[in-house]
Write a protein that binds this ligand. Structure first.
Ligand SMILES: Nc1nc2c(ncn2[C@@H]2O[C@H](COP(=O)(O)OP(=O)(O)OP(=O)(O)O)[C@@H](O)[C@H]2O)c(=O)[nH]1
Ligand SMILES: [Mg+2]
Length: 250
């Protein structure tokens, strides 16, 4: 018999005062429990998080200071594990994701609880060209690291993680280098990947959309992470490198 399937939503947030509440409410329509990790937001964003906690709409955790998306998601895995959730549906707080697709993501995770379920984004005209090019580059590297096109999109912030495996993955990245790194490490641990197409719409500044992606520094971090991961991939080919880790019990 497979272990119980107890999913929660997981939303990392850093200064998303205009979009966060709606994202959490929309997730709650499909998953009653949502963990929100406030990554050191300024007052306006922090207040929205506090209100969600007070109203019982989210399990709220405030990080003492900003640590980056990866750091916030890793904190979220710990909170989810402590609360007894087996799976975390991670959704970014910037309102870009088609949350109405969440039931499809949940169905896929329920059907294959050991798998990593990743969004394969279908962008519309709102997607910045520079971000599309950066994604193509990171796709090239993840294909090399996994030995094929296992991961259709390593960057998208809409995915379902099996929590125990995510905690055991040993992903080091704390910022935007985290999403591709953990996906590759989970593949190396032997997890199957399910790629699900879903629409991505960049919310305009006027509608409260914000991106904190630091074009220069995040790309430097991502490049350095891929350099290390390709070296590890070569080591694995030679029989060394990271071996499957023991997962925590659910
Ligand atoms: N950038 C950034 N995001 C953070 C941080 N901590 C938590 N996050 C959250 O991580 C998620 C992704 O952040 P975004 O700034 O949208 O980054 P992105 O989706 O890679 O970039 P875009 O494609 O421009 O939207 C959001 O929910 C953020 O609130 C942080 O320190 N920096
Ligand atoms: Mg985003």
């Amino acid at each position: 018999m497979t272990a119980a399937f107890r999913p929660c939503g997981l939303v990392p947030t850093f200064d998303n005062p205009a979009t966060l509440r709606r994202v959490v409410e929309r997730i709650s329509a499909f998953v009653p429990d949502v963990v929100v990790v406030d990554d050191g937001s300024a007052e306006e964003g922090r207040k929205v998080v506090e209100a969600l906690g007070k109203e019982g709409l989210a399990h709220v955790h405030h990080r003492a200071q900003n640590g980056g998306k990866g750091a916030a998601v890793k904190t979220g895995f710990e909170v989810a594990h402590r609360l007894g959730f087996t799976h975390a549906v991670q959704v970014d707080a910037d309102g870009q994701h088609a949350i109405e697709d969440l039931p499809r993501f949940l169905d896929a995770a329920r059907a294959q609880p050991e798998a990593l379920v990743l969004a394969s984004p279908v962008f519309d005209a709102t997607a910045p060209k520079s971000r599309l090019r950066a994604r193509q580059i990171t796709c090239f590297w993840t294909n090399l690291e996994t030995g094929g096109k296992v991961i259709e999109d390593p960057m998208c912030g809409f995915r379902v993680y099996p929590v125990a495996a995510a905690l055991a993955s040993g992903a080091n990245g704390d910022r935007m280098d985290f999403d591709p790194e953990i996906a590759v490490r989970l593949v190396w641990m032997g997890l199957k990947v399910v790629n699900l197409p879903t629409r991505v719409h960049y919310v305009s500044k006027e509608e409260g959309g914000v991106s904190h992606f630091q074009m220069f520094w995040d790309n430097v971090r991502i490049s350095w992470m891929h350099t290390r991961m390709v070296a590890l991939a070569l080591l694995r080919l030679l029989g060394g490198g990271p071996q499957p880790r023991k997962m925590l019990p659910p």
